[in-house]
Design a protein around this ligand. Structure first.
Ligand code: ZN
Length: 455
């Protein structure tokens, strides 16, 4: 029987498993693994238990390892005869909190299906992809596809708070469990329309993130006698002006820029000199792409919070400005430090600290695995006429915690070509996942595993 299984049979099985796939996602959404970032939180173990039971019914073994009580991480494996290459399906099981449930059209933990979509917190980020990964594994196992390499499913917690209890913890304490040659994760796959038609973004890397806390010292006094005080709020304006006037160095070395001029039908390749003119030209009709062009070509330094003062009739002793910093994979901590030193140079009564919350990372854009993902996508959507853009994500994912283990990780959960990415609502109200894209993702994952691992 084994020798007669064809990829087309497996894809057929994906299509006929739609009800099971949808039900998987509904069940995942109904387990409220909300991560506030403050312990105790997350409670991802029940998600792991549900996944483990689902896999066990198909005789797929898995283990759940808790990094702290309730904070489970699940690792499942379809062993191959050679044990290599190893392909890992990555997912995070936690979700961000729901701010105001009354604003939601459907209950955020109901997993209700309306208009071809599954609604609920985490439906898109990223229990949808997790459901597709589980379904792909089930289909490969049920069909008895003989594998040469291992297929690993790693569904971990705590991504929304930085992965300390999830992939970060596993990488530090049990790296052998998530050791893989290549891995696929969230963070890419939205279809974008370019002059070349349908184009998919493969996320090969992500920007780093820092927080800068700028402390401005003053002297407190009763607000009725302001001459006796040294009001730190006045000094804040100078600092904010310097930050606003900061012109970051332009760097178009990211692989995305090598592809843009072909995809966008530009007269010339993108360079450090013309990238801003390009972004400005795109701003009206394609604000999303314009912002990505800018974000992938420089570090950003953005004030996000200001804190100071305790009472309206008291002049503050100190004011703290917090900034969000996003760096390119080519920029290290020393670089950020130098830039800040330059911006804040010579200002009296100012001290600052730099906190790294995520290091930047990238996998090579030209690794054969990128072509394998592209090929699997072509098979999944049944067409070859699409563009392919290796991009950087401006946020960060668990990929940065796995890349240092030597794994090539791409962020790619392809949406159906007709899906509207504006409807996903990740981290927002009315989050939802369209069922057509769930099928597309499962087809892609099955095709990817087949190409990478099948004997
Ligand atoms: Zn996510």
């Amino acid at each position: 029987m084994e020798d007669t299984v064809q990829l087309s049979d497996l894809l057929q099985q994906v299509d006929s498993s739609q009800d099971e796939l949808v039900s998987l996602l509904q069940n995942l959404v109904r387990i409220p693994s909300v991560n506030t970032g403050v312990m105790p939180t997350g409670n991802e173990t029940p998600v792991c238990q549900f996944v483990a039971q689902t896999l066990a019914r198909a005789n797929i073994g898995s283990q759940i390892i808790e990094s702290a009580p309730g904070r489970g991480n699940l690792i499942a494996r379809l062993p191959g005869s050679n044990g290599s290459p190893r392909l890992m399906f990555m997912a995070h099981t936690d979700v961000v909190p729901v701010e105001d449930e009354s604003q939601w059209q459907y209950p955020p933990f109901g997993g209700e299906v309306h208009n071809g979509r599954v609604y609920g917190r985490g439906a898109h980020d990223m229990k949808g992809m997790l459901a597709a990964e589980i379904m792909a594994m089930l289909i490969l196992k049920r069909a008895g596809v003989p594998l040469a390499g291992d297929l690993i499913l790693a569904a971990c917690g705590d991504e929304e708070a930085g992965g300390t209890y999830g992939f970060g913890w596993l990488a530090a304490t049990h790296p052998e469990l998530i050791q893989a040659d290549v891995a696929i994760n969230e963070g890419g796959g939205a279809p974008i329309k370019t002059p070349k038609g349908l184009t998919y973004l493969l996320n090969i890397g992500e920007k780093g993130r820092y927080e800068v806390h700028i402390m401005v010292q003053g002297r407190a006094w009763h607000a009725a006698l302001p001459w006796r005080a040294d009001n730190p709020l006045y000094k804040v304006s100078t600092i904010l002006k310097r930050i606003q006037d900061y012109r970051p160095q332009i760097d178009t070395s990211a692989p995305i820029f090598a592809h843009l001029h072909t995809l966008l039908d530009l007269p010339a390749p993108v360079t450090n000199e013309n990238v801003d003119a390009l972004a400005d030209a795109l701003a009206t009709d394609r604000p999303g792409e314009s912002a990505i062009v800018k974000a992938c070509s420089r570090m950003t330094l953005t004030p996000t919070m200001i804190r100071g003062g305790v009472k309206s009739n008291s002049i503050a002793e100190q004011v703290t400005i917090t900034c969000d910093v996003r760096t390119l994979p080519t920029q290290d901590t020393a670089y950020v430090y130098r830039e800040l030193q330059h911006i804040l140079d010579g200002l009296p009564d100012v001290s600052w600290e730099l906190v790294c919350t995520a290091t930047p990372s990238a996998s090579p854009a030209d690794h054969p695995f990128a072509e394998a993902v592209r090929r699997a996508t072509a098979i999944a959507i049944g067409r070859e006429d699409f563009g392919w853009l290796p991009g950087l994500t401006t946020g960060f994912t668990d990929a940065r915690l796995v890349r240092p283990l030597g794994t090539v990780v791409y962020g790619f959960a392809p949406s159906h070509p007709d899906a509207d990415p504006n409807l996903y609502g990740a981290h927002n109200k009315n989050e939802s996942q369209d069922i057509a894209s769930l099928i597309t993702q499962t087809r892609m994952l099955v095709a990817l595993a087949w190409q990478t691992l099948a004997r």
